[in-house]
Design a protein around this ligand. Structure first.
Ligand code: FCB
Length: 443
């Protein structure tokens, strides 16, 4: 296995999951701060106030990245750390934090990939309707424009949104912050997220940032029908339409598509789409970020709309100790899907891929993670060899961190973080990945 010399190996994190310092230096609360402080919403009712304390330990964490030898690092900026009320007043200390982070990365020769939004909406904006309010496209545009100016010439690659399906989980289902369970609101929030993405892309193009690139990160959990029964295929289509196709259709084809419109309209969940929306959403991007973890096998006889919350009772086979199906071909299929079904020829980055330690796994000797990542890298390398335009791979995640409503119960890091002392200890996968990076492939 040998990756091209310009292929970027990296790791990925997000602000809310690692930073902590939730109310320090002028940061405003996010919807996830509110959620975590609301009883019954997150694992053991423990909020991410401290998380992995990266806000104070970022130098140590960048030293780990340096030791690992990554060419790039994907992280996100916290909107409420920069704009505590979401709009208007700028918190200089927040911008300065990211400035120090970016400077330190550049000094280490690590290319930053910054995500503008990884789920931590300012609570002040949720109080004005949040993602369900169409105005958010303009709020997001102003936040993006501010950050683009601040980091012009420093950050070569930007992602607007991470996994906009989170809008569905937060507004349509209620299991993520802000916790609304209204399908109509959920679909409108998804549409508004795409508008916000389009506004940010336009704002980016208006500023001259020679060589800098902008894209979006979408997760692909391809659905496989359990049998060749047409009902299973119909379910697979429906679930893909409700997830990644809901984003790729307008982003890459400029329309939601008949199958979506014809199902959602009679249900009353089709979002309001105004003149010009689809053109805005389809503003050309420079790259696609794909998050790939596994696939989902669906059966009409056994439909499980919250498959990702139940580790047991899943269809498929070859399960990891944590319950996830080990299906490394998913990366290859995702790369082919955007090219063959959407005609996407531009660069693709695998912006997240990783797995959680099983509850009873050795906290340091994480052999299962090594097996998992190796399997995915083999399929990605195959796609590259066959000519796919894949430019990089980001392992989720550098550190054990705060896994949303699962709190600290799911550990995804190649570096163990002691929940009490916050001490960092590289796991076996850290040394293994360092070796992969240095030889540009798996031995
Ligand atoms: C992805 C999220 C990321 C993390 C991983 C495990 O869906 O983008 O923040 O939670 O899953």
């Amino acid at each position: 296995m040998a990756f091209p010399s310009d292929f970027l190996f990296g790791t990925a994190t997000s602000a809310f999951q690692i930073e902590g310092a939730w109310n320090e230096d002028g940061k405003g609360p996010s919807i996830w701060d509110t959620f975590g402080h609301t009883p019954g919403k997150v694992y053991r009712d423990v909020p991410a106030d401290v998380a992995a304390d990266h806000y104070h330990r970022y130098r140590e964490d960048i030293a780990l990245l340096r030791e690992l030898g990554v060419g790039s690092y994907r992280f996100s900026m916290s909107w409420p750390r920069i704009l505590p009320e979401g709009t208007g007043r700028v918190n200089r200390a927040g911008l300065d934090f990211y400035r120090r982070l970016v400077d330190e990365l550049l000094e280490a020769g690590i290319s930053p990939l910054a995500t503008l939004y990884h789920w931590d909406l300012p609570q002040a904006l949720e109080d004005r309707g949040g993602w369900a309010n169409r105005d958010i496209a303009l709020w997001f545009r102003d936040y993006a424009a501010l950050v683009f100016e601040e980091f012009a010439g420093l950050v070569p690659r930007w992602a607007t949104l991470n996994e906009p399906i989170s809008m569905w989980v937060g507004y349509g289902m209620g299991t993520f912050a802000p916790g609304h369970a209204d399908p109509r609101l959920g679909k409108q929030a998804m549409h508004n997220a795409l508008l916000a993405h389009g506004e940010a892309v336009r704002a980016f193009r208006e500023r001259d940032a020679p060589g800098a690139e902008i894209g979006i990160v979408v997760d692909i959990w391809k659905r496989h029908p359990a049998t060749d029964n047409p009902a299973d295929q119909a379910l697979a289509d429906r679930d893909e339409d409700d997830s990644f196709r809901f984003f790729f259709n307008p982003l890459l084809k400029g329309a939601y598509g008949e199958r979506i419109v014809e199902r959602l309209t009679p249900e009353g969940t089709m979002p309001d789409v105004l003149d010009g929306d689809l053109e805005l959403i389809a503003s050309p991007v420079d790259f696609l970020g794909l998050n790939v973890y596994s696939r989902v096998v669906v059966s009409a006889e056994n439909d499980n709309p919250i498959w990702w919350e139940s580790d047991s009772n899943r269809l498929g086979g070859n399960f990891l100790d944590n319950g996830l199906e080990f299906y490394p071909r998913a990366a290859y299929d995702a790369i082919r899907l955007v090219r063959d079904e959407y005609g996407w020829q531009g660069p693709v980055y695998i912006t997240e891929n990783g797995t959680a330690d099983a509850d009873d796994a050795d906290p340091i000797d994480d052999q299962e993670r090594i097996r998992y990542v190796r399997g995915f890298l083999e399929w990605i390398e195959r796609a590259v060899r066959e000519g796919a335009n894949v430019r990089g791979y980001y392992l989720w995640s550098l550190l054990d961190n705060y896994e949303w409503n699962a709190g600290f119960s799911k550990r995804y890091g190649i570096v163990h973080v002691d929940p009490d002392t916050l001490k960092r200890t590289p796991k076996a996968s850290f040394a293994w990945y360092r070796d992969v990076i240095s030889r540009r492939g798996v031995a």
